[in-house]
Design a binder for this molecule. Sequence first.
Ligand code: TXA
Ligand code: MG
Length: 330
Amino acid sequence: MPIAVIENPSPTSPEILQAANILRRGGLVAFPTETVYGLGANALNAAAVEKIFATKGRPDWNPLIVHVASAAAAKQLVAHWDERAERLAAAFWPGPLTMVLAKSPEVPDLVTAGLPTVAIRVPSHPVALALLEAAQLPLAAPSANRSTEISPTRAEHVLKSLGGRVDLILDGGETQVGIESTVVDLSDITARLLRPGVISMTQLRAVMPFEAARERREGETMKSPGQMDRHYAPRAFVRLFDRTEMAEVKKEIAAAQHVGERCALLALDRIDLGASYFIQMPAHPDKYAQQLYRALHDLDDAGCDLAFIERPPAAAEWDAVHDRLRRAAH
Ligand code: TXA
Ligand code: MG
């Protein structure tokens, strides 16, 4: 499958124009955003959007995020654009914030999984912006990986997960944020955080009052259906541990390796617990987020069966990382 390396992204560069043509004809293009690589299709073409679900093996009840070039373009896709959306867009767009708003009838039900709301964001990656500009289309784009697998932070990860099933991959290098966007719900009078990301609750609350996601009651439909427990998971079995458990972890690693299982250790310091594969993770939450999925891809590629991952500190700035680790370990 063709991979085009994009060095100087512009809406008129040949690879971007080629990608825009593929999208206009209803094809699939994987492209970098600042968070993770997305698998894009024309959001207004239900047949093209259907290909996203088929290619990812994504359940049809899990709605997609629509990417647009500007807040003005976002307004075209929603029923109500209120002052809260205006303020959040001014504060965080282009950037890793997704807003859920009442949808306009123009947005196909397939995109929103039948929900009356649509999730929208303006990405900040220059390749994504050049592509949106060239295509002049809203792009539905989930992360460019098979459903439940780890999101891609490099073009090679897309290739590994989706193989020849995409018409074109735009390679814009390693992504800078590394985990998926913060998702907020503005479809109700109470603004809520649905998925934590590098734009934190503290930053959101500096703009307006925000509540945590509502706990789901028995039998109730999920407010953010993509928040399944198992997600972002490597092939390896993940065991999270605290510093206080080091002695036990050392024994577990020894026992597993004794029966021929390959163990990876991800820790915040250079500690030796006898694992055959070791990655030291950054002690800063944003840097940790940037490297997390790459580390999970790498330990899978190294053939590890078990991954022992040290839990970062239990502080609010680590919320998004804790969320992804919890899902990886489920
Ligand atoms: O950073 C990102 O957001 C990346 C890049 C490619 O932009 N995209 C991404 O897409 O992570 P995906 O499909 O992997 O995650 C979309 C999330 C899911 O949790 C989904 O349930 C939620 O957004 N979502 C989409 N539409 C929604 C809606 N109408 N209401 C509530 N949640 C919604
Ligand atoms: Mg995803």
